[in-house]
Design a protein around this ligand. Sequence first.
Ligand code: IPD
Ligand code: CA
Length: 252
Amino acid sequence: MSDYLMAAVEAAQAAGGFLRAHFGQPLNVDANEAHDIKLELDRRAQELIERILLGRFPGHAFLGEEGVRGVTGSRYEWIVDPIDGTVNFFFGIPHFAVSIALRHAGKIIVGVVYDPMRDELWTAEATGPALLNGKPVHVSARTEMSDAVVSVGVAKSLESIDHGMKLFDRLGRQVKKCRMMGSAALDIAYVACGRLDAYIEGQISIWDIAAGLLLVERAGGQVLLKPHPTAHAKFSIVAKAGPLDFGVGGMQ
Ligand code: IPD
Ligand code: CA
């Protein structure tokens, strides 16, 4: 395990433990929007991760959902979502994760997703397999749409909700089951270990999926990621096991 992966695991487990300790406790809300919520704990969990990663690598850049830190322009950039699934967390739904990736010269070289409620830790480096709690995992081998289980995500914009619901409506008739579970980082980690056949979303931020991109690639799957033409800094994503075609090639 590289020093980078070791630091990412330490940070993810520290933040995960912190979140687990606060789960179900009274929470301070920073912002309550129509289809989203921001908690004080989002910021505090990111600060904890920043302290560990930038303490260890002070020359690195840091792009977090809760703000940019570190040395802008460094070739090493940590990409962090301290709570992916904040709405689930707030409503006491134990399905959320910490996501930490390291990008070097434009390429993701470390990916860690940690589910603190189930103590499940997915890790990958640029070479070697994707691991779940230390054991190699692989994407699903299912080849029929009728056998597939697919997660569709929606962000907070009405446009993304419309897009996701149409997709859900169409795919729901073609696959075994469609799901909408509220944590992109776990969706993509679930694709990596074969629980889901695909995860699809029209407007996602890089910190939600950076770690998962590497997990799916190292687990033998494919990720199609395209910058969204109008939504600033958003991407459309299809992360999937392999040959199945979900008819979203030109998705925006
Ligand atoms: C959200 C979750 C959700 C996805 C949204 C994300 P957050 O992240 O990953 O599953 O559909 O697009 O914004 O706000 O909980 O960190
Ligand atoms: Ca997120």
